[in-house]
Design a protein around this ligand. Structure first.
Ligand SMILES: *Cc1c(COP(=O)(O)O)cnc(C)c1O
Length: 371
């Protein structure tokens, strides 16, 4: 791949991430937010996103300004009725965040906590739904980015549907790479953003939501600007975003989605990331570093790595030295174990991953941690 400049930083992070030259170049044009050409661009992005979940007939795409969390907050504030109750299936920081933002907006929320190192257990979910008939919606993180755990989304979705409840999926870090078809996985809404597996730049999120569910969402939102229903209605009426759109971000996203389709869509993206991930884990192992998760629950998105057990280890120094080699890593997010993280996603391939691990190896030698 390496369509980016060799002198640009290599971001081995879960987003913002390395984008292609073509995606960056798409930002060199200025758009009028009311202009017909820009409206067509917005419409095309929505169609491209709906096609990824085979959702063209039953779902609508509502794009939203801001980072991914804004879109999660908008989805829950608009889809969860005031009398409803959300059960969040949590195994990391993003599950916690979903519960926190639901509580912040004054809605009823409960958490099923699976710790930080295990996937969601569908049997526990079934029991919680049986025990509490007031739970109307279930929220889950597809790939929990704080560790890289892949949650069993199909089993979860089937269980939620069998219990007659509604599922809201935060697939921010996996959307476009991890398979998710509305034809085989029943869900009410899925939330994603421009700057993760679809390899756009940051600045917008989107919610793909069952049309019927959104039609019932009028007047529910606690927030003016995060009202998904009003954003959708205004867009239907005018073709425009309700408030100032991130025009350059949308243009870059459209270019990124064109490249996604040319590469071969979800299967091709998953194959490239899986190869990145396997290359990464093997190369780290070869220099004495162990990944944290067992292979069967590791999503090919981001890898948590045990910090070396050595008196000279210091993440801050390690990070700065690796950066001096042109590579940006990510801190760990586990509470009890000393780790750091390396992303597998972005406009990068196995050669870039090898360059990243080479920088890590050199730095461990510089720090006296390895020969
Ligand atoms: C990135 C991410 C988000 C959104 O984070 P922002 O910093 O608001 O963009 C939400 N959920 C998951 C699982 C993520 O990986």
């Amino acid at each position: 791949m390496t369509t980016h400049s060799m002198h640009a930083p290599l971001l081995l992070t879960p987003g913002p991430l390395v984008t292609s030259a073509r995606t960056k170049n798409a930002m060199l044009h200025d758009w009028g937010s009311w202009d017909g050409d820009f409206n067509a661009l917005t419409r095309r992005v929505g169609e491209r996103l709906l096609a990824i979940i085979d959702g063209q007939s039953d779902y609508v795409c509502v794009p939203l300004q801001g980072s991914g969390t804004f879109a999660v907050e908008a989805a829950i504030g608009s889809l969860l009725p005031p009398a409803g109750k959300l059960l969040v299936l949590s195994n990391g920081a993003y599950g916690k965040r979903m519960a926190q933002l639901t509580a912040t907006m004054g809605r009823r929320v409960e958490t099923a906590d699976f710790g930080e190192t295990a996937p969601v257990d569908p049997a526990v979910l079934r029991q919680r739904l049986e025990d509490d008939p007031e739970i109307s919606h279930v929220g889950v993180i597809h790939c929990e980015t704080s560790t890289g755990i892949l949650n069993p989304i199909e089993a979860i979705a089937r269980m939620v549907a069998a219990a007659g409840r509604k599922l809201i999926i935060d697939s921010m870090s996996g959307f476009g790479a991890l398979p998710l078809s509305s034809k085989t996985v029943p869900f009410e809404a899925v939330i994603g953003s421009s700057n993760k597996c679809l390899e756009g730049v940051p600045g917008m999120g989107f919610v793909l939501v069952r049309r019927e569910a959104l039609e019932q969402a009028a007047g529910r939102s606690h927030s003016l600007s995060l009202d998904l229903y009003e954003q959708w209605r205004y867009m239907q009426k005018t073709g425009q975003w309700r408030y100032t759109p991130p025009t350059h971000v949308v243009a870059a996203f459209d270019a990124a989605l064109a490249q996604y389709e040319e590469e071969g869509g979800g299967p091709a993206r998953l194959a490239r990331y899986s190869n990145n991930c396997a290359t990464l884990i093997a190369a780290l192992q070869a220099i004495g570093l162990r990944s944290f998760l067992p292979a069967q629950i590791q999503a090919p998105i981001i890898v948590t790595v045990h910090a070396p057990r050595h008196p000279a280890w210091n993440f801050g120094e390690f990070y700065a030295r690796v950066k001096a080699h042109g590579v940006l890593l990510y801190p760990g997010k586990l509470t009890a174990v000393d780790t750091f993280r390396v992303g597998c996603i972005g406009a990068i391939d196995a050669a870039d991953i090898a360059r990243g691990v080479d920088a890590i190896a050199r730095v461990l030698a510089e720090m006296g941690i390895r020969e």
